[in-house]
Structures are given as structure tokens and as C-alpha cells.
Design a protein around this ligand. Structure first.
Ligand SMILES: C[S@@+](CC[C@H](N)C(=O)[O-])C[C@H]1O[C@@H](n2cnc3c(N)ncnc32)[C@H](O)[C@@H]1O
Length: 179
């Protein structure tokens, strides 16, 4: 019995250490999108969405599962670099399988966005600043970027919703338009 408890304690400690380390090195914790903000994000996604969706930083899969479930014709790819949330998502895929959902381990800066119809982000200001040029260079004409809490600086959103929560969380929708 003592051995079982010791193993459980070791696993929990490792998980916490891993999350702590990833939070420090990546600059953000795997804080999930709240239920109210998730609903607001879903209302900003066109009902006929059927292409590739890239979620940059999937965390525990809160948005990835919601989008894959609501839009079965979309192909959702979630990127996650923090090992424990990534493993959690892979396990979740076994328990709550979604044929149109893939979770990849790795740095989302390596994601190829050339075929994305929609990019989802819940990151931080610095990450959005770094991603802006990548969005400009890779996303096709008409693609959407939906980001909550943190805006894509220097770009006007085509829509902004304010969530009816304590923080009045903003959800921004940007559209790529090429001349
Ligand atoms: C605030 S959480 C958002 C999680 C999820 N998108 C949601 O809305 O519930 C941001 C996530 O981005 C991940 N992340 C940060 N930098 C990353 C990178 N360069 N590549 C992949 N994932 C990254 C973090 O590990 C974290 O899980």
C-alpha cells in the first residue's frame, strides 16, 4: 500500500514540476478558457466552417474539443508544447475520441498555417506580437484569427465580442485580406 501511495505522490509531483517548468520556460500556464468565453468564441466561428483549424497552444483541449465537436467537417489541429497537458490531451482523445481532432506535441511556431481557415489563440501579448508576421506571411486570403483576451496589435478586428464575465473578456476576430 505504501508503495502505491509513494508512486501516486511521485506522479503528481512530476506532473506539477513539469507544469511549473513549462510555465516558466514558455511564459504562460496551461490556464483553460472559461465556459463563458468558450461560448463567445464559438459564436464567432462561421456555422459553415469546414476547413483546417489550427489551435496554437491547446492546453487541456478546452477549445479544441469544443470546436471539433461543434464543427464535425472541420479538421482541428491543436499544438501543445507542455508535456503534461499534451499527454492529458492524448489520453482524452482515447476517452473522448474525435475523428477530426489531432493533438501535436511541439512548438506552434513550426505549424504550417498555409491551409488554415481558422487560427485560435489564447496566449499573451508577446506571443501575439511574434505571431503577427507569421499570420501575415502564411495565412491564406479570407482566413480567420480568433483570439481572446489578447489582441493582435496593430490590426483592426472585424468583430469584437465582450464576454459577460467578471473580466469582460474581449474576444477578437480578424480576417486576412489580401489585395
Ligand atoms: C493559456 S493556455 C490556453 C489553452 C487553451 N488554448 C485554452 O484556451 O483552453 C496557453 C497554452 O499555450 C501553450 N504554449 C505556449 N507556448 C507554446 C508554444 N511555443 N508551442 C506550443 N504550445 C505553447 C502553453 O503550454 C499553454 O498550454
Amino acid at each position: 500500500m505504501f508503495f502505491v501511495e509513494l508512486t501516486a505522490l511521485a506522479i503528481v509531483s512530476l506532473a506539477l514540476l513539469s507544469i511549473f517548468w513549462s510555465t516558466i520556460t514558455l511564459g504562460i500556464s496551461p490556464m483553460p478558457t472559461s465556459r463563458k468565453v468558450k461560448q463567445e468564441v464559438l459564436t464567432l466561428i462561421p456555422g459553415d466552417l469546414d476547413g483546417e483549424v489550427q489551435e496554437l497552444g491547446a492546453g487541456w483541449g478546452t477549445l479544441a474539443w469544443a470546436v471539433a465537436s461543434r464543427f464535425p467537417r472541420a479538421r482541428v489541429i491543436g499544438w501543445e508544447r507542455s508535456p503534461f497537458p499534451f499527454l492529458f490531451c492524448r489520453l482524452r482523445l482515447l476517452i473522448q475520441p474525435r475523428e477530426n481532432l489531432t493533438i501535436r506535441f511541439g512548438d506552434f511556431h513550426r505549424a504550417d498555417l498555409k491551409h488554415a481557415h481558422l487560427v485560435l489563440t489564447y496566449l499573451w501579448t508577446g506571443a501575439m506580437l511574434r505571431l503577427g508576421p507569421k499570420f501575415d506571411a502564411e495565412l491564406p486570403d479570407g482566413a480567420l484569427v480568433i483570439s481572446h483576451t489578447f489582441a493582435w496589435r496593430g490590426r483592426d478586428p472585424e468583430l469584437t465580442h465582450t464576454t459577460a464575465d467578471l473580466y469582460r473578456t474581449p474576444v477578437y476576430r480578424y480576417r486576412i485580406t489580401r489585395p
